[in-house]
Write a protein that binds this ligand. Structure first.
Ligand code: GLA
Length: 429
């Protein structure tokens, strides 16, 4: 693998320069941080827009991380420094913890300050971790690429604060921390997202994808050894920026919640049937029986758009189950069988959920025509990244095809990364 290797993250963790970060901390605040923590970005293998619909999702942590050097303060002050570009805002923010709340602060500081606020609001025992802090950040998670740079920022602070307060952050503790981080994102940053990204940053294990049952927040680790099968998961960042504070994401969520009320369920995903497909089933979309049952469910909805959105939720729920079933049953040779399921997921997001974009469709189509076994957009949509399941020997060809299709269409040049299932948030020093 040569060529555009400089654009890709290989198996080695992509950690920012920690010495430089500590030096920046000392320059800004004087003295030393109490420690340094890292939290990863993520890609979602499959299960899109299911986390607020009570469905299963299957994200994995990336090697790219956000790192925080942090020290508690005796007062309520929060001093934040971004030592790398965490967005368009100022590199420094200072304020008081008591002044943080819905809508304040704005920009990147909403995420770390919001976590401290949410820890306090959530009550015992994690409110003991809500103190004033001096904190400096650096990150290798690309911003606006749909790889959850904001969740990485939140989760690095959550783990640092819990660690210093000597509060448990085993999986049970991390499930609580994930909820606090979601609250920071929903209430302080004002992005109405679900909980997938924070679970990916806090609850994954190296070498595995995380099956998160969002109806009850339980998790299972699903081994995801692509290398053994001679495959890679290639991230294609279209460099078409996205944001979830805008209206489209919230519209999708509101449509689903209204449809759930009409259909008399708490969560739409519960209407996807108990198990979905069986191992013998050839097609990626499930059987005709499921499709017929879906149409009957959908007939109770008057609105065409709502019917399409709900159809995505139902079919995507079964696709996640199918992928998990294939991965669990797979010998090294047939992990590639998940490829068509990934591609079917893309079609559903493009046609039923309508969250893809010309840049994402171009990348997915180009990857498939250059030999990818499957490809789909990943994350919230409306820009950001797609993933492609590719034989190791075809990576260059897929990158070349995606690059030249983007150029032909007048889109930005994509960037490429290898998605290696990595570890969740942890202490570095
Ligand atoms: C964004 C949100 C997640 C999830 C995905 C779509 O990444 O932050 O909560 O809803 O979109 O699956």
């Amino acid at each position: 693998m040569s060529g555009a290797a400089h654009e890709r993250a290989g198996a080695a963790a992509q950690v920012p320069d920690v010495d430089a970060l500590v030096a920046a901390f000392t320059d800004a605040f004087g003295g030393e941080p109490e420690g340094v923590w890292a939290a990863p970005g993520r890609v979602n293998v499959i299960g899109e827009h299911l986390d607020y619909n009570g469905g299963p999702v299957l994200p994995m942590a990336l090697p790219q991380v956000t790192v925080v050097a942090l020290r508690r303060r005796d007062d309520e002050e929060i001093h934040l420094l971004s030592a790398s570009d965490l967005g368009e805002e100022d590199a420094r923010w200072s304020g008081s913890l008591s002044g943080v709340g819905p809508g304040t602060p704005q920009g990147w500081a909403a995420y770390p300050a919001g976590v401290l606020w949410a820890l306090r609001e959530g009550g015992p025992p994690y409110d003991a971790a809500a103190t004033g802090v001096d904190a400096a950040f650096a990150s290798t998670v690309p911003i606006g690429a749909g790889l959850s740079s904001s969740a990485a920022l939140e989760c690095a602070v959550a783990v640092a604060a819990a660690d210093l307060a000597e509060l448990p952050h085993d999986d049970q503790g991390r499930a609580v921390l994930a909820q606090r981080c979601v609250r920071a994102e929903n209430d302080v940053a004002g992005a109405p997202t679900g909980g997938m990204d924070q679970a990916a940053a806090l609850r994954t294990e190296e070498g595995s994808a995380l099956l998160l049952h969002t109806a009850d927040s339980t998790v299972e680790q699903v081994p995801f050894d692509l290398a053994r099968a001679g495959l890679v998961l290639l991230v294609m960042d279209t460099r078409a920026k996205h944001s979830h504070a805008g209206g489209e994401y919230g519209d999708r969520r509101a449509t689903c919640e209204a449809a759930a009320t009409t259909l008399g369920v708490e969560h739409l995903a519960s209407l996807a049937g108990p198990t979905g497909g069986t191992s013998d089933e050839p097609g990626p979309l499930g059987d005709d029986e499921s499709a017929a049952a879906d149409e009957e469910t959908l007939s109770a909805l008057e609105d065409d758009v709502a019917r399409c959105r709900v159809r995505h939720v139902l079919t995507e729920t079964r696709r996640v189950r199918r992928v998990v079933e294939l991965l669990r049953g797979a010998s090294a040779d047939d992990i590639g069988a998940i490829g068509p399921v990934l591609t079917a997921s893309h079609a559903s997001m493009r046609d039923d959920y309508e969250i893809s974009s010309p840049e994402l469709d171009t990348a997915v189509d180009a990857a498939l025509s250059a030999g990818a076994l499957g490809a789909r957009m990943t994350g919230g949509g409306f820009g950001g990244s797609a993933i492609a399941l590719v034989r190791s020997g075809d990576v260059e060809a897929v990158e070349t095809a995606a690059r030249s299709a983007a150029a032909d269409a007048g889109h930005p040049e994509p960037a490429f990364y290898l998605a290696v299932p990595s570890r969740s948030a942890h202490r570095l020093r």
